[in-house]
Every structure is written in structure tokens, then in C-alpha cells.
Design a protein around this ligand. Structure first.
Ligand code: NAD
Length: 390
């Protein structure tokens, strides 16, 4: 089996790294960027900071500040019109995404729609989009998706509520700026949801059938950084050490899954997000303990390694004890971080019941369940949806 490893060309990290954006743009040959962000970044003053840096460096830019959380194609098409209009009669030559995964994914979609046109559904899996695209410089403000270092974007089709997974070289940002100061403002709920998303990326990449020695190291490093720091950042948002560890850990998790794929949790999670508007990390969290318990028999050693990397058991402990400790920890984490069940989230039982077969179909169609150590049938996915319900 061969593996293809794809990474951003440049990653700048550390407190204050946002100030290096003009340098990074120059290094990437971008002279007229379109900034893609959302209303929260404007309200928090992050956009002003970014804009001041660009103005001082004499770099003109355009702005799309209406990214929606868990973006649909509808909002992407509004941004596409701004991209096509250009700046002072010249085309934009790159994109800067400032925000969480939603802003970064919107910018990645634009990077492909700009030069190639069409609709987002033209680019969803199983197509692999390796064509040249506009360069994206990603500045994540959540510590979760790792989108700043993945060859993936997720855009919802407004016609059928499908969360479309789009993959390929075209979606890999050329550069990422990881400034933990930007994550200090994350509320506890978003900290929890995005942190569990990152942990899920790392675990799924490590147990994936497409794992490689490269992705294994990134995944284990991500678990070591995320597991001991998630509760800290959730309870004390100002804990700078925890925030920095989570941001780097999330990026490692992104690199891991982008090069090894996610698996059953993500496959089942996307339809929950699309149909019931559950934030992505939260729907992952609802599924993670049950799907892990169901999958463990097919990869006992790998899941035991996860428990060891997360620090819930020592190195000398047997795989069996480590597997039990991993499940205990995932359940305890959900309880402490206030993760509800789908019922507790307020989803209508009839609608959940009715949509399970379609959700299972969409999960399988995304290809992610096929990377799971234990590959489910359509009926087994429905049974897992039943199990996590209440
Ligand atoms: P998000 O970008 O939707 O942000 C969640 C909320 O937090 C938003 O309201 C946002 O404005 C706010 N927010 C963001 N940063 C903040 C900050 N520093 N302070 C205060 N508020 C802040 O959330 P996300 O979890 O980062 O991204 C979710 C999206 O990413 C989903 O659409 C998911 O499917 C996708 N995703 C993509 C990948 C990928 O590789 N491309 C991987 C996983 C998930």
C-alpha cells in the first residue's frame, strides 16, 4: 500500500502570529486577497486587527464577512459573486480565511469555484479534486476541525440537506497561521464541541484502514496534546497553555485524518449535522463512545494505544484494560463537557426515526465508514443511531 502525504507549504505558530499575515501573503505570492470571515470575527475586533496589518503593508483586499456556521452552498454562492467582481478591475489572486472551520471551508470552496465554476456537488466525493486552485491562507480561530491543514471541505447542499464531503489537493491551504490568542474568546460550548471534533479526528485517523506511519505519529501527538488540555480550556478559557496545546493538537489531528481519512463517527455525524443543525463537533461527540465500543473488537491494540496516548492508562497496562479505560474516559468527557444525546438536544423523535435509513445511506455514500476498522452494514448504522438516541 502506498500513501500520499499532503501538507500546507508554510505554517506559522505562536502568540501574535496573526501579525505575520503580510509576510505570509508575500511568501505565497498573493497580492490581492479576498478575506473570508464571519460576523463574530468582526464583532471581536479580529478583522480590524488583520485589516490594520494589511493596510500597513500596503496590501489591498476585499471582504466577505457573512460566512454561516456549517456553510451551505447558498452562502458560498454569495461569496463567489464577490470573488468574481474582483478588486479595482483586477481579479483576486488568493483567499484569507479568518474563523473556524466554517470560514476556512467556505474559502476552500471559493478557491475551486473561482477558477473552475460549476456547483459544489460537482466536486463531492468520490471525485478527487486535484486541479490547481486559488491559494488559501487559513487562520483558524477554533481548535477543532484542523481544516487549515486538510485537503477537505464540507459544504451542505441546500436542495437535499446533504453535507457534501469534497476532497483533493485543491482544498489544501497553501499556508496556515496558528495564533492561540485568537482562541481565548471561544465560549466553553464551542471549546468543547471543537475539541471533541479534534480528538475524534485523531482517534479515527489512528484506527483508520488508511493509516500510515506518518498519520500515526500526527494522530498520537494530537491525542497527547488534546486529551489533558480539553477540560482545562473548557473550565478556564484564559488558560493560554491549554489553548495553545489544543490549537496545535487540532492541527495535528487535521493532518492525521487528511492523510488517513476519518471513519464511522464522521460518516454518521455529517447527516445529523445537516438534518438537525447540530454543530459538527457535538454530533461527533454524541456518537464517539458508542461507535468506539462497537469498533473496538476489530482493532483492540490500536484503541488501546489511543488510551495510552490520551494518558488514561500507563504504558504497561493490557490492551483489554486500556480499551475499557478508553470507553470510560470518552463517556466521562461527554458528561463533564455537557454533551447531550440527540433526544436531549431536542431533536423530534419521529423525524429522527424516519430519517435514520436516509442518514445511514448518506453515511455509507460518504465513504468514511469504509475506513472504519469494523465496517458496518446499512442496518448496523441504523442500530447505532438507535443506540445513541436517548
Ligand atoms: P464554526 O467555524 O462553525 O464556528 C462555530 C461558532 O464559533 C461560530 O458561531 C463562530 O463565529 C464562533 N467562533 C469561531 N471562532 C471563535 C472565537 N475565537 N471566539 C468566539 N467565537 C468563535 O465551527 P468549527 O467547528 O470550527 O467548524 C465547523 C465546520 O467545519 C463544519 O461545517 C464542519 O463540517 C467543518 N469541518 C471541516 C473539516 C475540514 O477538514 N475541512 C473538518 C472537520 C469539520
Amino acid at each position: 500500500m502506498t500513501h500520499s502525504i499532503v501538507l500546507p507549504r508554510l505554517i506559522r505558530t505562536g502568540s501574535g502570529a496573526l501579525g505575520q499575515l503580510p509576510d505570509v501573503l508575500t511568501a505565497c505570492g498573493v497580492k490581492r486577497p479576498l478575506i473570508v470571515t464571519d460576523a463574530t470575527m468582526v464583532a471581536l475586533g479580529y478583522l480590524v486587527r488583520l485589516a490594520q496589518g494589511l493596510a500597513q503593508a500596503g496590501i489591498k483586499f476585499g471582504l466577505f464577512d457573512a460566512t454561516e456556521p456549517e456553510p451551505t452552498e447558498t452562502s458560498v454562492l454569495v461569496a463567489e459573486a464577490i470573488l468574481r467582481a474582483g478588486l479595482d478591475g483586477q481579479a483576486f489572486d488568493g483567499l484569507v480565511a479568518l474563523g473556524g472551520g466554517s470560514a476556512i471551508d467556505t474559502a476552500k470552496a471559493l478557491a475551486v469555484l473561482g477558477p473552475h465554476g460549476g456547483r459544489m456537488r460537482d466536486y463531492k466525493v468520490p471525485r478527487i479534486v486535484d486541479e490547481p486552485a486559488l491559494p488559501v491562507i487559513a487562520i483558524p480561530t477554533t481548535a477543532g476541525t484542523g481544516s487549515e491543514a486538510t485537503r477537505v471541505t464540507v459544504i451542505t447542499d441546500p436542495d437535499n440537506d446533504e453535507k457534501m464531503l469534497c476532497m483533493g489537493l485543491a482544498f489544501m491551504p497553501v499556508a496556515a497561521i496558528l495564533d492561540p490568542d485568537l482562541t481565548l474568546s471561544l465560549p466553553p460550548r464551542v471549546t468543547a464541541d471543537t475539541g471533541i471534533d479534534a480528538l475524534t479526528h485523531a482517534i479515527e485517523a489512528y484506527v483508520s484502514r488508511k493509516a500510515s506511519p506518518f498519520s500515526d505519529q500526527q494522530a498520537l501527538a494530537a491525542m497527547r496534546l488534546i486529551a489533558p488540555n480539553l477540560r482545562r480550556a473548557f473550565h478556564d478559557g484564559e488558560d493560554r497553555q491549554a489553548r495553545e496545546a489544543l490549537l496545535i493538537g487540532a492541527c495535528f489531528g487535521g493532518i492525521a485524518f487528511s492523510n488517513a481519512s476519518v471513519a464511522l463517527v464522521h460518516g454518521m455525524s455529517r447527516p445529523i449535522g445537516a438534518f438537525f443543525h447540530v454543530p459538527h463537533g457535538l454530533s461527533n461527540a454524541m456518537l464517539l463512545p458508542a461507535v468506539t465500543a462497537w469498533s473496538i473488537p476489530s482493532a483492540t491494540r490500536r484503541y488501546a494505544d489511543c488510551a495510552r496516548a490520551m494518558g488514561v492508562v500507563g504504558d504497561g497496562v493490557s490492551d483489554e484494560i486500556a480499551n475499557t479505560a478508553l470507553l470510560d474516559e470518552l463517556r466521562a468527557l461527554n458528561a463533564e463537557l455537557g454533551v447531550p444525546t440527540p433526544a436531549g438536544f431536542g431533536i423530534q423523535p419521529e423525524r429522527w426515526q424516519q430519517l435514520r435509513p436516509l442518514m445511514a445511506e448518506q453515511a455509507l455514500a460518504s465513504g468514511s465508514p469504509g475506513n472504519n476498522p469494523r465496517i458496518p452494514t446499512h442496518d448496523e448504522i441504523i442500530a447505532l443511531y438507535d443506540e445513541v438516541w436517548g
